[in-house]
Design a protein around this ligand. Structure first.
Ligand code: ZN
Length: 134
């Protein structure tokens, strides 16, 4: 069961990202013209100006950077928790801000292999990442 969290505003642009987890899919925008992936969601491809559409990715990633938050910014969100930037295996530089869950914060390492999971918050399914084979 998902813990408390501050949920993101869902827009037309980011709706696929925040709701794909309902079907177990991490949906990232991909350019129909040059096949580059793009995140965060935007109106058109930054490389060629082509149209972007959400496509499923594998959910495999590595930890690019992270920090352990010990400060209780929101009284309903328990601390400590890991705020990380993970890089998806599909493309160099394709990085998502997320949380690493399923392990102690002290166990998280840069370069660690992780895989997506989803926290069900009703209208929003928040992509989080767990260690692989830990
Ligand atoms: Zn493009």
């Amino acid at each position: 069961m998902a813990g408390a969290r501050v949920l993101p505003p869902v827009t037309e642009l980011n709706r696929a990202y925040w709701t794909g987890g309902r079907d177990g899919r991490l949906l990232i925008q991909r350019c129909a013209t040059c096949a580059r992936w793009a995140h965060p969601p935007r109106a058109e491809c930054a490389v060629c100006g082509g149209a972007l559409a959400p496509q499923p990715v594998s959910g495999d990633a590595t930890v690019y950077s992270f920090t352990v938050n010990h400060h209780r910014f929101n009284p309903s969100v328990p601390v400590p928790y890991v705020v990380a930037l993970v890089e998806l295996v599909e493309q160099e530089g394709l990085r998502l801000p997320t949380n690493i869950v399923g392990c102690e914060p002290a166990e998280v390492r840069i370069g660690m292999a992780v895989h997506v999971a989803f926290e069900d918050h009703g209208a929003v399914w928040v992509p989080v990442f767990l260690p692989v084979g830990g």
